[in-house]
Design a protein around this ligand. Sequence first.
Ligand SMILES: Nc1ncnc2c1ncn2[C@@H]1O[C@H](COP(=O)(O)OP(=O)(O)OP(=O)(O)O)[C@@H](O)[C@H]1O
Ligand SMILES: [Mg+2]
Length: 336
Amino acid sequence: MIIKRVELVNFRCHTKYQLECVEMTSQILGENGAGKTSVLEAIYEAMRGKSFRAVDTEILKRGEEFYRVEIEYNSGERIVVVYDGVKKQFLVEDKKFTRLPKKNRYPVILFEPSDMGLIGTSPTKKRDYFDRFIGGFDEKYVSDLNKYKKALKQRNETLKSDLVTRDALFSWNVLLAKLGCEIAKKRRKLITEVNNELTDYYRSIAENKDKVWIEYLNFGEIEEILIDESQYLRRLETDFERDKILQHTSFGIHKDNYKFIFNNQDADGSASRGESRSVILALKFIEAKKLQENTGKKPLVLLDDVFSELDKKRQKYLVKNFQNHQVILTSVTKNL
Ligand SMILES: Nc1ncnc2c1ncn2[C@@H]1O[C@H](COP(=O)(O)OP(=O)(O)OP(=O)(O)O)[C@@H](O)[C@H]1O
Ligand SMILES: [Mg+2]
């Protein structure tokens, strides 16, 4: 899908803003705080159904009563998002929906400045990154993950009660084991698939012979635990006394981590900035490819301020690799 036009009303700092897009690369230029990321946020919302960085109350321009986003595709399809301070509606072909219908959702690759720090970031942020990666093409994964998070919260709440018993946790344990296994299997599958391609992409960007891969650390342990629902359940049950003292669930996929390895060495702390950037670029290209394979649609590429972070060689590589995609990029200075 090619975006032709974007219009914002009362969206963050924008009272009224319009962007006409071209089929290849459109640039949004502006000073810090001018509202560049907000435009990408609005596009993302109209294509995916929600923002990548905030809730609607934060997005609504301060002092205003509603915000509106409209995008028009080359095909003539128009999506309007309206939020009135309480509820949000999507207008598609004159019909109203409370959520963006599946058939009107399109794949988007978002490249943010914070992605550059992925290798050395916290397990939470790494999980978020790969969750969004899988969630881009697997709706079931997103809903399983949401259910998992809710169940985890409930289990943790139950653990806080002085009178908590093993029995009180049983139904939560069963649910967490079931969802946790599903999620872990998909995370592991994704990393296996990424690893099949990562080194090749990396070598063509970095122009060296290094070998790079990602280790998926189940439940924070180096040794991979066989992902088996009954084992998972047993582990939750045996941890009862410990969890009761800690008042939270110490075992599960909410503790998973991902480690980047360069030539058998943990990249965190050892990889140079250039090497890290090359890996992240490689990962983004694989993400674009996977999204396209799994959705049958070519993803839109949103590059937020990342161009200036790259040297000329990597900038060229980025342009070349995304040359068949529509790209919308933001920058403080002119790049193209
Ligand atoms: N709800 C809101 N109402 C009014 N202004 C807001 C709201 N939310 C954010 N802003 C302001 O909008 C401005 C634009 O933010 P945005 O992140 O889009 O800028 P940017 O151009 O991407 O900046 P940078 O170059 O620093 O990344 C900021 O100054 C921010 O304070
Ligand atoms: Mg920004």
